[in-house]
Design a protein. Structure first.
Length: 102
């Protein structure tokens, strides 16, 4: 069972992390249905601001942040994808992508 609800997450995603209301709702729904290991890691980060050492298929939050420029939320959702669909996720991560910085 999730330790948070969509409603719990949306307002903070919008106010603190700059998500649009729509993107916050979509992201919150993904987080509350994430694999329990990802939910636990997310909940820890959400409360403390510290990422855990959760690793899936050789990837963790720090690696995804460093190599892909992901924020912790995007990185955790990528770890969730790696748990649920490892073949598709690994193929996507293996492709080279341009990185856009603002």
């Amino acid at each position: 069972m999730s330790k948070f609800t969509v409603t719990d997450l949306v307002s903070r995603l919008v106010s603190e992390f700059g998500y649009s209301p729509y993107a916050a709702a979509v992201t919150a729904k993904e987080l509350v249905t994430a694999h329990p290991r990802v939910q636990e890691a997310f909940y820890h980060w959400w409360r403390t601001g510290k990422v855990t050492d959760l690793e899936v298929e050789g990837y963790n939050v720090r690696r995804l942040a460093n190599e892909r420029g992901m924020n912790p939320i995007a990185a955790l959702l990528t770890l969730d994808w790696l748990l649920k669909e490892p073949k598709a996720a690994l193929e996507s991560l293996a492709r080279k992508h341009d990185r856009i910085e603002w």
